[in-house]
Design a protein around this ligand. Structure first.
Ligand SMILES: [Zn+2]
Length: 335
């Protein structure tokens, strides 16, 4: 079968289509004919490489996999990450804390291929009326946002939440989850179209990045927000800190503009700020978030669907930050 494989790190040109052996399902495993794969910011890191981090190359990328399960004769999405199921973290249901946690397409082969084999417990059935391309825009970003907003920051009724980069995949789900939990959201985004998309998803208002602090002041009566949801990093760090109320919570699941920020410890302890890290989430959280999608509380945010053979172009698009929500790749490697 055909697959897109990364043999060494670099630009979009390292995404090469190659022939790989066709796998077969063993006991307790299922065969999924891949129809769509969602692209995440993680795919850019895997392709470029990260200083001090080793990816298991060669690697087939693609974390968000949707397709037809042969054995069940049903459309399914596949859980994007999984733990060892043996350690203390896994046994207590906190899979994302597992030291052997594997994200498909990051620490193990992903879905940019024709066929994948997965354990029976790793699938989420799609309802018949769900568009598989839309579904492929969900799992990783949805789970990340759910863990960050609901589990870690415990956003609740009446909370005021600032979502930085509200038009990104994670940002778009964070807006919807915070709204679902009864909170009100102010989002930031770079263009008028992106800001409109944030409002369409439930944000009270959306402003350019450089207006975040002033907007929060007028929106909260100078109090500041209860929670800041941020995965931008250094470019938004100062504004995020300034936007927090005393006793507020900052939660991060990424650092798209770089890994280091400067923390003023006086602000941390005087204002009694909580700074939380968040990565992926457990299976129970994904099931809970998935139910919110099925109930119509959260909708997929897919910007466009491209053929899988044009993955390099999709990477370039995501890097150019011209995307609102997610890019999904549709199967065409088999043609
Ligand atoms: Zn484990």
């Amino acid at each position: 079968m055909r697959a897109i494989r990364i043999d060494h790190h670099g630009g979009p040109e390292v995404l090469r289509t190659v022939d790989v052996p066709t796998p077969t399902a063993g006991p307790g495993q299922l065969t999924v004919e891949v129809s769509h794969v969602g692209l995440n910011h993680l795919d850019l890191w895997v392709r470029r490489g990260v200083p001090g981090h080793r990816f298991p190359l060669p690697l087939i990328p693609g974390s968000d996999i949707v397709g037809h399960c042969v054995e069940l004769d049903q459309q399914v999405a596949i859980q994007p990450g999984f733990g060892c199921m043996e350690c203390e973290a896994c046994l207590s249901g906190r899979h994302a804390l597992c030291r052997h946690y594997i994200i498909r397409g990051e620490r193990g082969d992903g879905g940019m291929t024709e066929l994948v084999i997965v354990p029976r417990g790793h699938i989420l059935p799609l309802p018949p009326d769900m568009d598989p391309a839309q579904a492929a825009g969900l799992p990783l970003a949805l789970l990340t946002a759910w863990h960050m907003v609901h589990t870690r920051a415990a956003v609740g009724p009446g909370d005021r939440v600032l979502v930085q980069a509200g038009a990104s995949g994670t940002g778009a789900y964070a807006i919807q989850i915070a709204t679902l939990m009864g909170a009100r959201v102010l989002a930031t985004a770079s263009t008028a179209a992106k800001r409109q998309s944030c409002v369409d998803l439930g944000a009270d208002r959306a402003v350019p990045y450089d207006q975040a602090v002033d907007a929060v002041k007028s929106w909260t009566g100078k109090r500041g927000v209860d929670v800041v949801v941020d995965h931008v990093g250094p470019a938004t760090w100062r504004a995020s800190m300034a936007a927090l109320r005393w006793g507020g919570t900052y939660v991060s699941c990424g650092a798209t503009t770089g890994p280091k920020v400067e923390l003023d410890l006086r602000a941390l302890f005087f204002k009694q700020i909580s700074i939380l890290g968040s990565t992926m989430g457990g299976m129970a959280e994904l099931i809970e978030a998935w139910r919110a999608v099925l109930d119509g509380h959260i909708r997929p945010v897919v910007d466009r669907v491209l053929p899988m053979s044009r993955l390099a172009e999709a990477h370039a698009l995501l890097e150019s930050r011209q995307i609102t929500g997610k890019v999904v790749l549709a199967q065409d490697l088999d043609t």
